[in-house]
Design a protein around this ligand. Sequence first.
Ligand SMILES: Cc1cc2nc3c(=O)[nH]c(=O)nc-3n(C[C@H](O)[C@H](O)[C@H](O)COP(=O)(O)OP(=O)(O)OC[C@H]3O[C@@H](n4cnc5c(N)ncnc54)[C@H](O)[C@@H]3O)c2cc1C
Ligand code: FES
Length: 279
Amino acid sequence: MSETVLPRGHNVQTKARILAHTEVAPGHWRMGLAPETDFPRAEPGQFVMVGLGIAAPRLWRRPFSIHRQADGRLELLYRVVGPTTRAMADLPLGAAVDLVGPLGQGFRVAEGLGRIILAAGGIGAAPMVFLAETLVGRRQRSCEIEVFLGGRSRSDLLCREDFQRLGLAVTVTTDDGSDGEHCLVTVPLEQATDRRLPDLICACGPPAMLRCVAQMALARGVACQVSIETLMACGLGACLGCAVRGSDPAAGYRHVCRDGPVFDAGELDWSVPVETIPR
Ligand SMILES: Cc1cc2nc3c(=O)[nH]c(=O)nc-3n(C[C@H](O)[C@H](O)[C@H](O)COP(=O)(O)OP(=O)(O)OC[C@H]3O[C@@H](n4cnc5c(N)ncnc54)[C@H](O)[C@@H]3O)c2cc1C
Ligand code: FES
């Protein structure tokens, strides 16, 4: 694996042992990791580049959101889609992976908000659990947090129990009607937004969902932050392969690994695809 030039900021490169590894839904795995060196405190929405220590181009480091961080350990939640995630799923307990992180800009949630909506589609639930736990951990009783969780079908609904365990109201939808409301997650989300405008919407999920959430929030003047995904070669601001168009032509392209992956909805140009990956 090639040498990494770390960007400025508080992040590390370290080996991490796999302490837990469970298939939580078909093709979806949760991996618990113990970094060998102190891993900096991450913000929800930040990610790590994961390397498997195999010097094959198709198995270069790949980006994964931090799903949880507690007691010096990290959790990832991932979906098997190609060679790296397939190889990850085969790793036994005790094996080591290589981590670089925490990277990027996470969700920025001010203290004292009255109502926050969290929206997650499919594997987009991965960073939202970390965000929900962090917000609930702030113990602001006056803040109402509502979760909207969507999946193509019941087996794509991830982390429902994690949100419920935090005492949060969770509205579930599936595209095929196999669980919850039979519609896109953006339908009840828009209704809830119109019932009482939230102070902030935070979303992670497939590009079409994020576009819909962003445009809906922008049209109503509601603050909204979205976590987007692009293909990433370096994850470190060096290759410029993760560029997306910003809403301000003067500011030019935004780079997802460095300026994101979490952006204010108004920062991006939603008239063009903000993603480079078909989902
Ligand atoms: C900031 C960030 C955070 C991410 N967090 C998570 C996470 O928490 N859990 C998780 O499962 N995945 C996450 N991803 C996506 C993950 O990086 C890819 O699924 C992974 O790189 C695929 O590697 P692979 O070698 O297995 O498959 P590849 O051979 O690289 O890809 C296989 C197929 O999946 C598609 N694909 C590749 N990358 C992505 C992507 N980013 N999104 C959607 N489809 C993709 C490819 O176009 C191809 O069709 C994140 C991506 C980014 C940019
Ligand atoms: S992935 Fe290389 S600059 Fe963003």
